[in-house]
Design a protein around this ligand. Sequence first.
Ligand SMILES: *Cc1c(COP(=O)(O)O)cnc(C)c1O
Length: 430
Amino acid sequence: MSKEIQDELIIHFNIDKQVIEFVNEVEKDILYKFSEIDQIKMYNQYKVLHAMQKMKLGSTDFGWNTGYGYGDVHREKLENIYAEVFKAESALVRPSIASGTHAISLVFSGLLKPGDELLYITGSPYDTMLKVIGIKGNEPGNLIENGICYKQVDLINGHIDINKTLDKINERTKIVAIQRSTGYSDRNAISLKEMETTFLQIKEKYNDIIIFVDNCYGEFTQINEPIEIGADIIAGSLIKNPGGGIAVSGGYIAGKQQYIERIANRLTAPGLGKDCGLTFGTNRITLQGLFMAPNVVSEALKGAILMGATYQKLGFEVTPSIEDERNDIVQSIRFEDPLKVIEFCKGVQESGAVDSYITPEAWDMPGYEDKVIMAAAGFIEGSSIEISADAPMRDPYYVYYQGGVNYEQCKLGVMKTLNNLLNKNLITLK
Ligand SMILES: *Cc1c(COP(=O)(O)O)cnc(C)c1O
């Protein structure tokens, strides 16, 4: 690191010199990891580029119409490009899908009928899904209220329990669901290899079962995506990986045509399906975001590794560990102390381009069970492909750090968090 950069960090960002030196040392140890990530990025960049060329994306595709949006060929092109990238027969990519939770909820409510069973085989699903399903709370319209039966198989040592899964499947089981990313848990993301063997074993015995993957945070972290290795349908958020930090809102669902048709009928109405719905001028930024996504995800991954390696060196338990294969962009750190969580989140916030002067506080977020503290300092509100961190305020006080559209900002984030912890005497640098 040049003297000029170091001075900039000290003078303009108040970073302690020992923090800079510490992080620079950590970085040296992990540089070899970055070349693997660059290979994945390159492959995915060409994949996205090819999809855009194949679908003949043109400058005329950035317009939009009014009213019903019937026969909007530009919206169709966007959806076809998504389908191509994720190797799906069809896709829904809409600003009217409010979030990842909404996208996943649409999959379930579109495909499940009263009496059908939904089986999660990666343990308890993401916090917001608990109310969607009806495991927690008593939200009107949840799946259980609508006559859908929910079952779950817990992971063993962070891996899918295939024997229990095969045991639990019965004639009512309609969807087997896998959550790829860690969520608010202490496990690694599920690898594509593990998913592939699981899907093969399930399909061998039960060919009609629909395999769904919650792909949030997983997109472009590897060269393949879940549909290529046997999933029938996937969903995710546009303000995470595939939006590249540029898409303003929305969600996507990709998969088999027959399932997408049903889900589209739920999103709009039976008879309308995919054929209507405005994009409100979001096509260009959604596509540009997709174009940027492989690079942005690679920067976020590098940032996550630096963050993980730094705290691992300080003796904290981190997931994934530095040697683990990455299948999502999340880096969790176990702090076992609410004060450390707060100082960490403040540091992430202070590294932001937007709202850097705001102090994050724990609050009751809609859809979440415990109070959650969130650092979000990006251009898109709540976007977690931009540098961000969140932590449910519960024992053992894990923080989930993710995103960062450029590595330089991630590195500042690492230093800011360390600086805050050091200033409050919550850590010592060895
Ligand atoms: C973020 C996330 C969701 C929910 O997405 P939102 O856009 O926050 O509603 C669901 N599952 C996983 C694994 C996630 O990371």
